[in-house]
Design a protein around this ligand. Sequence first.
Ligand code: IPD
Ligand code: CA
Ligand code: CA
Ligand code: CA
Length: 264
Amino acid sequence: MLHSALINVMVKAARNAGRGLKRDLGEIEHLQVSLKGPANFVSLADKRAEEVLYKDLAKARPGYGFIGEEGGNREGADKSHIWIVDPLDGTTNFLHGIPQFAISIGLQREGVIIAGVIYNPANDELYIAERGKGAFLNDQRLRVAGRRQLNECVIACGLPHIGRGDHELALREMAALQSKVAGFRRFGAASLDMAFVAAGRLDGYWERNLQPWDMAAGQIMVREAGGTVSCVDGASDPLKTGHVICGNEYIHGELVKIIKGLGK
Ligand code: IPD
Ligand code: CA
Ligand code: CA
Ligand code: CA
């Protein structure tokens, strides 16, 4: 499968940073793990991966802006393009040796995400999406699942960790849903939750209080796989509100009906 030069740049950077993460996995005692806030871990692995990504992306596209979770916000001369990067999505999983984590790279042009790459180096799953060109997992074209009945669906959510978000609300949301779905999951890496929706592994996913780097690439992945992504209100831009909900258009609609009303 031939991808554009832009996607090749993103894939190369992701694979390069992924090699570092794979090396660091299981070496936790050497990773200087610290807390940014309650239960909000960061390690040398996160920081090194961000440096690799910044270097590779800046070299290939000098002038593009860069927003990275670990503080690497760098303005570029080209004001219309911005990389939105999570160097290690799923740090808690990573630090526990759970192989559900990823590098997530989104590219925004004039405020619109035009490309996304999500890479899990632990199992070498590489997700790619480019605006108008579809979404792929290791060169297989992706399509969201087609189920229309919630009681046949596997749905994932994200829960706020200590010190973040509204825990009571998260419990109310899960209580409202768990009796209506075939299966309920919480994997712990937002970018992969969205990639799983794009791949039809999950029928839907929602989470509140995310950051743009958690979902920039995931958003285009789901859309290019034919799915619907919005804020939990069903309309606004999740990159602005931080609250995301996605699935095929029917399941997205069903989830919005249930989740939207609870957040007041
Ligand atoms: C986290 C993961 C997790 C989600 C958190 C995010 P990080 O990202 O995506 O699934 O529930 O809200 O902060 O900190 O591991 O990059
Ligand atoms: Ca983090
Ligand atoms: Ca993240
Ligand atoms: Ca991260």
